[in-house]
Design a protein around this ligand. Structure first.
Ligand code: SAM
Length: 193
């Protein structure tokens, strides 16, 4: 098996989850890698909402989508992900991806931050449909991300186990604060027998 990066890891679950026609959200569009994957999977009958607070990130994402011919079913939104509830109906979203941290090569001050990330996670959970998937990739190291990492990991542990399945993975033999991928599955209702 080839090396499994953290993005390879959570994208396997995204690929399994997302079906043509689904509504999906990329909460941190950045250069558009996850946005492009979601657009491919939802296809022309689906829709992807992709959020970022930086114009230059959305321009970069737009270029990537255009190059791949995937722009038609994507709405790029210059707004903080904590307001995603304003853009989709409750319980309507199949998959939400969070790739926390900063845009590679850009100012670390435009990184995601604990307080707004927690609000965004709560907002996203209200949009997930039963059976929906949220992926959260947490980065920390050097000057950023520790407070956010601890806040997110504490938050996900408080989620009601009757309503959500939460799985945190760990690169156990990697030095220097490896990324931490987390899956949150909104459990479908138990079948009535
Ligand atoms: N998934 C992206 C990709 O494929 O290129 C990388 C995302 S990058 C690690 C994190 C992004 O989150 C940055 O582009 C940053 O501008 C964005 N960001 C930071 N705070 C945000 C917020 N409150 N709402 C939405 N996006 C935010």
């Amino acid at each position: 098996m080839k090396n499994l990066t953290v993005t390879d890891w959570y994208r396997q679950f995204v690929r399994t989850q997302v079906q043509p026609g689904d509504l999906c959200i990329d909460a941190t569009a950045g250069n558009g890698n996850d946005t492009a994957l979601l657009c491919q999977l939802t296809g022309p009958t689906g829709q992807v909402l992709a959020f970022d607070i930086q114009e230059k990130a959305l321009s970069s994402a737009r270029r990537r989508l255009d190059a791949l011919g995937l722009s038609d079913n994507c709405r790029l939104i210059l707004d903080s992900h904590e307001f995603m509830e304003n853009y989709a109906a409750p319980e309507s979203v199949s998959c939400i991806t969070f790739n926390l941290g900063y845009l590679p090569g850009s100012d670390h001050r435009t990184s995601t931050h604990a307080a707004s990330t927690l609000r965004a996670l709560a907002s996203g959970l209200s949009l997930l449909k039963p059976g929906g998937l949220m992926t959260v990739c947490i980065y920390s190291g050097r000057d950023t991300g520790f407070e956010e990492r601890d806040a997110v990991l504490s938050f996900v542990r408080t989620l009601d186990s009757r309503k959500y399945l939460v799985i945190q993975s760990e690169y156990v033999n990697r030095p220097n604060h490896p990324p931490i991928p987390v899956l949150i599955i909104r459990l479908p209702p138990e079948p009535v027998i």
